[in-house]
Design a protein around this ligand. Structure first.
Ligand code: C2E
Ligand code: MG
Ligand code: MG
Ligand code: MG
Length: 289
């Protein structure tokens, strides 16, 4: 065993590593094809009022319907995408799909929030990408939001600042995603035109029994309301978590208790803008999360 370990350690260019690099390269080229050939799909997860469970907004979540590997989740390809400078075309795709859904359903009164990578801000002229999608589809900017992590909010370049200010001036909401998990939660609020924040799921996971998680949840809910921000608690999976979130002062939430992400075809909008899910008759759509 020692011999095997030793060998593994000296073989810097082991077949394993080369395989890994090749895989990354092939993912990269496959991703280019995927974007071109329409293999990317967007699922929409409801954001609800915690008291009535009514869907008031959606979060757009990208998936890759891979021709032979099945439905891939963003964690399996976003990083490669970022490294390969593909996150800009990917982001443009998700923003365009979202705007098309909004355009098809003018009766839906809520926003749809799109996740934006740090790399899309500033260098990639995000404002122009967003404006292009809004103009092409005729969607009002007040119906779109962007979710940005704390680190994304804190990039100090002038281009990034211009992007974030430009988007806000357009009327697109900026929301801090996974709040509490970055390095500078409060400066991201202080330094940016932020409309809301989403408390990261890792805090929701630790709710109960007057835990530290409870106290953080209560404190952030209060902070959110004191700052007149729109607050969402993420990752609500149980009735108990829903009840505790309400007790802590949260009004809006998201999580598998209320619904997974589903493709646009499964969303049914009533004339007054209420949303329900249609059945997946063919059983071909995997329940995503
Ligand atoms: P996120 O923005 O924090 O999105 C929430 C993630 O948590 C989603 O995973 C969602 O399906 C999952 N989730 C929601 N409710 C629950 C719950 O109750 N329990 C559990 N266990 N999970 C829940 P998903 O779709 O795999 O996305 C992962 C991350 O990938 C996202 O985290 C986001 O950072 C990134 N991402 C997704 N779509 C895009 C995109 O279009 N562009 C970019 N740049 N990143 C994206
Ligand atoms: Mg998000
Ligand atoms: Mg999040
Ligand atoms: Mg996350």
């Amino acid at each position: 065993a020692a011999k095997r370990r030793g060998r593994a350690r000296v073989e810097v260019f082991s077949p394993d590593l080369r395989h890994h690099a090749l895989t990354k390269l092939s993912i990269e080229s496959e991703l280019r094809t995927a974007i071109r050939e329409g293999e990317l799909v967007v699922h929409y997860q409801p954001i609800v009022r915690l008291d009535t469970r009514e869907t008031v907004a959606f979060e757009a979540l990208v998936r890759w319907q891979h021709p032979n590997r099945g439905l891939l989740m963003p964690e399996e390809f976003i990083e490669v995408c970022e490294e390969a400078n593909l996150v800009v075309p990917l982001g443009a795709f998700v923003i365009m799909e979202t705007c098309e859904l909004l355009a098809a359903h003018p009766e839906f009164p809520g926003r749809i929030y799109v996740n934006v990578s740090t790399r899309q801000i500033g260098s990639a002229d995000l404002t122009r990408v967003v404006m292009h999608a809004l103009e092409t589809t005729g969607v009002d900017p007040s119906r779109l939001g962007l979710e940005i992590t704390e680190s994304g909010m804190l990039i100090a370049t002038q281009a990034a600042r211009t992007d974030l200010d430009g988007l806000t001036r357009l009327g697109v909401d900026l929301v801090i995603d996974d709040f509490g998990t970055g390095y500078s939660s409060l400066s991201s609020v202080l330094l940016n035109p932020v409309a809301g924040l989403k408390l990261a799921r890792e805090f929701t996971l630790r709710l109960g029994d007057r835990s530290t998680g409870d106290r953080i949840s209560g404190t952030v809910a209060q902070l959110t309301s004191n700052l007149d921000l729109y607050g969402v608690i993420e990752g609500i999976e149980s009735e108990a978590q829903r009840a505790m979130a309400i007790e802590h002062g949260w009004t809006h939430g998201q999580g598998f208790l209320f619904g997974h992400g589903v493709p646009a075809e499964r969303l049914a909008f009533s004339p007054d803008g209420h949303v329900s899910l249609t059945d997946d008759e063919h059983g071909t759509i995997p329940s995503a999360g």
